[in-house]
Design a protein around this ligand. Structure first.
Ligand code: C2E
Ligand code: MG
Ligand code: MG
Ligand code: MG
Length: 293
């Protein structure tokens, strides 16, 4: 390791770095096994129309049911897969699982939208479209207009005009909608809204959560809503943690929301029960009317 091709060039040897690499390889092997052994699960977080309190859809969020460590959140493993071949494998697993869920809901007579998270890099891989078409063919009766892809920026550079074509194709062929996730935090949010024919912008939760206490965050949320409106793109706020958030968002013209104040992500098997007991609440409407007067 220390010597380079027999010459006397000595390169810096950092044992700490080597330990990190080995650990990462170990973890990647573990994730690959986990995919094969079906240790990942999707949770589903409701999306709500603020003016009616009705649930119109769900976002699928991945978790890892680890045999020793218990239920792991994506921040414990998702960054590790980026820039490796597992980025695509995991995305494929999510698509398969989500299509199955959507088909089940539709068979039970529900018309919910289901969104999944995919990296821009995965969308730009050469066989993405063919592969997706194959998966969708397995569900001849599926209404794919209720399927949505939330586009995440990963570390890999991806070709925007290629992604633009993929977004266009998903829409024209299947009616699949797309959203720009974490809007405002990426390297090139403005370029993305300019170039990609997306349907929805998701205002990043870091801005939304702080919008009631930090005037700067409030201005950004207000600006993103106005920007989306001027592009004729829908806007949804994530990180709605209180009724007051809903109230202010409605007053700003944002009618779709996701957040702990509405509902936390739920395991698939709890959804039926959750929906049976769900009562739409619209406290924010009363309050935002007060705001206007
Ligand atoms: P995201 O796509 O922006 O998802 C929203 C995250 O915010 C979720 O965290 C959700 O549980 C959390 N959240 C929702 N409402 C609130 C709230 O009111 N307050 C707070 N503090 N948090 C809220 P989660 O499930 O831990 O996921 C984190 C991130 O991991 C996601 O952010 C997404 O970037 C990534 N991720 C999740 N599932 C997948 C997946 O299937 N594939 C990929 N590539 N990434 C995923
Ligand atoms: Mg998302
Ligand atoms: Mg987000
Ligand atoms: Mg995020």
């Amino acid at each position: 390791k220390a010597k380079l091709d027999g010459k006397s060039t000595v390169i810096a040897y950092d044992p700490g770095e080597e330990v990190q690499i080995t650990e990462r390889n170990q973890q990647l092997r573990e994730i690959a096994t986990a995919i094969n052994e079906d240790q990942f699960v999707l949770f589903f977080q409701p999306k709500v129309t603020l003016s009616t309190g009705n649930i119109f859809g769900f976002e699928a969020l991945i978790r890892w049911q680890h045999p020793q460590k218990g239920l792991l959140m994506p921040d414990k493993f998702i960054d590790q897969v980026y820039d490796t071949e597992l980025e695509v494998s995991l995305g494929q697993w999510v698509i398969c699982r989500a299509l199955k869920q959507l088909a089940e809901w539709q068979q039970a007579g529900h018309n919910y939208q289901l969104s999944i998270n995919l990296t821009a890099y995965h969308l730009s891989t050469s066989d993405f479209i063919d592969w997706l078409q194959q998966q969708i063919k397995r569900y001849p009766d599926l209404d794919t207009r209720r399927f949505q892809i939330e586009i995440l920026e990963s570390n890999r550079l991806s070709d925007l005009s290629l992604i633009s074509n993929v977004v266009e194709f998903c829409k024209s062929e299947f009616g699949i909608t797309t959203a720009l996730d974490d809007f405002g935090t990426g390297y090139s949010s403005l370029t993305h809204i300019r170039v990609l024919p997306v349907d929805v912008v998701k205002v990043d939760q870091t801005f939304v959560r702080r919008m009631l206490t930090e005037p700067e965050d409030c201005k950004i949320v207000e600006g993103v809503i106005a920007l989306a409106q001027s592009f004729n793109i829908q806007v949804i706020a994530e990180g709605v943690e209180s009724i007051a958030h809903g109230e202010v968002l409605l007053a700003m013209g944002c009618n779709q929301a996701q957040g702990y104040a509405l509902a936390k992500p739920l395991p698939g098997e709890q959804i039926k029960n959750f929906l049976a007991n769900y009562e739409p609440f619209t406290q924010w409407c009363a309050q935002s009317d007060l705001l206007k007067n």
